[in-house]
Design a protein around this ligand. Sequence first.
Ligand SMILES: [Fe+2]
Length: 239
Amino acid sequence: MIDIHCHLLDGIDDGAKTFEESVEMARLAYEDGIRHIIATPHFCSSFMTERTVQLHKIARLQRELDRQGIAVTVSPGSEVRLESAAYVYEHADRNHFFYLDAARRFVLLEQRWCGYSEDTEQVVKWFLEQGTTPIIPHPERHPFFRDNAQLLTNLIALGAWTQVTADSLLGKNGTEAEAFGRWLLKHDHVHTLATDAHNTVRRPNLSDGFRVVAETAGEHRVQQILECMNSIVAVQNRS
Ligand SMILES: [Fe+2]
């Protein structure tokens, strides 16, 4: 399995605090059946992670994982927050954040927590025009999507994908997130599953999430989601 959303790198956002914790998270991911992690630190007004710092941390971590025989590949990504359309366009133009793959076919495009951004449809269309599919992380955790699912289904109709967090399906992000996550599954609105792991407690765990997918939407849906996830790393960054 591949994890497309993980705060694996230490000391650059609210994810892993130490290098040792990064290694331990990768080990837990490996034990869960994950073989590729896209390290996606926050890219937002409060955490403007620099590309060179991120690449340096990935290279160091990959060396240690290789040395310890933990067979997990780590590649760069970003969790880009839609602070505003202007914010996204400016930083895309300056090449400040990472897409999920070297060919820029996918990007993780997060909503603010304070409310739905009215710029979203415009930004989704902008990415799609450039051949990039925006993936909306954890919509089940945002009250405005739960209260008005059409905000989300409109984005899906445009061509956006969704990423539901495995922990939400397990009830770890509250009953409302769990219920909406399962509703999205039943209505075929889930394209990918990810861990959004931040540490060894809020840890990498995909297999339990896929068990819920199988129970809720059937084994064929598990396969469809895995195919979507695998397509993201068909051509991958190793820079
Ligand atoms: Fe995240």
